[in-house]
Design a protein around this ligand. Structure first.
Ligand code: EPU
Length: 352
């Protein structure tokens, strides 16, 4: 275990918050982590404990008084296949996009729509990352963890992960108990593109027309998805951000009626508010649309801002934003969406 005290967290959060932690611990294998806890060595470390990946979905609200753990477990290995599927195990500290690149390079379908999502594989399993019609839950079969309660290593089956929209057992009842050490993915060598989200199919068709010699492959879809993302989302290595700051709200149809009334009075009776059926009388509304309607798109206040191409993303405009500036902006946006639409936006980014 590598243990360091009074460490900067600047390189460990994509928002670029210049904060520190009392202690930072990194480890290279599940066995090393289990051995450390079994020997009771954690008792000498400052509390509380926090396990992070690349820090791409969190906002440090100030210096962290405890110990931050980080996995350096990085590998991709093939396991024996099952039912025509190719199974791979991926270490929690492996950059997620490297996994997508590996799969595309091996002609395997499953991860391509999740290409370009910043962060590491362990966090992908906790957060149930999703993009362009695919979620992590669609390709995972098991999550290997260290159980801090029993001090043992175990594999949790997908069904027991209770995956939901950006949600899992690791964020709910088992929060703080399990540390993801690796994940097992099931991928397919047979063509299985998911192209029905937004303009993905049109973009893939266009690419194939431009390059008639190309065949539909995971690599082609990956490349189109990366282009779409790059055109809409800020690169955290250039502009600090943590992806979507808010979740897309799921509201009862009655609440949606208020949104429709607002839009029709503003844009005319034919206007259709973007929304998706969420079942059982509920609809999901893009938070980006709600935020844009409230006039925040491209807004800036000091070092913090709302990304001009995708208002769901708050950005550290100058690289010098303090947590308070981001939080002040978050509060203003939340208050105005509540005021105009009666909808409470819930942050997707975890506040630490
Ligand atoms: N929209 C606007 N104005 C904008 C941008 C978007 O009104 O400036 C509306 C449009 O109606 C558009 C809709 O929002 O059709 C949806 O936009 P987009 O497809 O960009 O997706 P999103 O709902 O804003 C979600 C995820 C993203 C993921 C994309 C693509 C959440 C919270 N966010 O965003 O995930 O990349 O879909 O699948 O579910 C992340 O989690 O960090 C993230 C970036």
């Amino acid at each position: 275990m590598d243990i360091r005290y009074n460490c900067s967290l600047l390189q460990h959060n994509t928002f670029g918050m210049d904060v520190s932690c009392a202690c930072f611990v990194s480890y290279g294998s599940a066995e090393e982590l289990a051995g450390f806890f079994s020997a009771g060595r954690q008792f000498s470390l400052p509390k509380p404990f926090l396990h992070i990946g690349r820090g791409s979905n969190l906002l440090f609200t100030g210096d962290f008084p405890g110990t931050v753990f980080h996995s350096d477990i990085r590998f991709v290995r093939e396991l024996p296949g099952k039912d025509g599927k190719v199974r791979i195990e991926v270490g929690a500290g492996t950059a997620w996009d490297d996994v997508c690149g590996w799969c595309a390079g091996h002609g395997l379908w499953g991860t391509e729509n999740l290409s370009g999502i910043p962060g590491e594989t362990g966090a992908a399993a906790v957060q149930n990352i999703g993009a362009y019609g695919v979620e992590f839950k669609d390709i995972v079969s098991g999550v290997c963890c260290f159980d801090a309660v029993t001090c043992s290593l175990k594999t949790i089956r997908k069904d027991d992960c209770h995956y939901g929209y950006r949600d899992s057992v690791f964020k709910q009842s088992a929060k703080g108990r399990y540390v993801v050490t690796s994940v097992i993915l099931e991928l397919s060598p047979d063509a299985g593109p998911v192209l029905d989200y937004g303009h993905v199919r049109a973009a893939v068709d266009k690419r194939m027309q431009e390059m008639p010699e190309t065949t539909l492959s995971p690599g082609l879809v990956r490349s189109v998805i990366l282009d779409i993302r790059n055109s809409k989302l800020p690169d955290p290595s250039e502009t600090g951000n943590a992806g979507s700051f808010f979740k897309n709200p799921v509201v009862p149809r009655s609440s949606f009626g208020r949104v429709e009334n607002y839009a029709r009075s503003k844009y005319g009776p034919e206007y259709v508010v973007p929304h998706y059926d969420a079942g059982s009388g509920f609809v999901k509304i893009p938070a980006a649309w709600l935020i844009e309607q409230c006039g925040w798109k491209g807004y800036s206040a000091g070092n913090a801002g709302v990304y001009a191409k995708q208002p769901l993303v708050l950005v550290n405009l100058t690289g010098k934003a303090r947590p308070e500036e981001i939080i002040a902006l978050e509060k203003k946006i939340t208050a105005s969406v509540l005021d105009i639409f009666g909808i409470t936006l819930i942050p997707e980014v975890e506040h630490i």
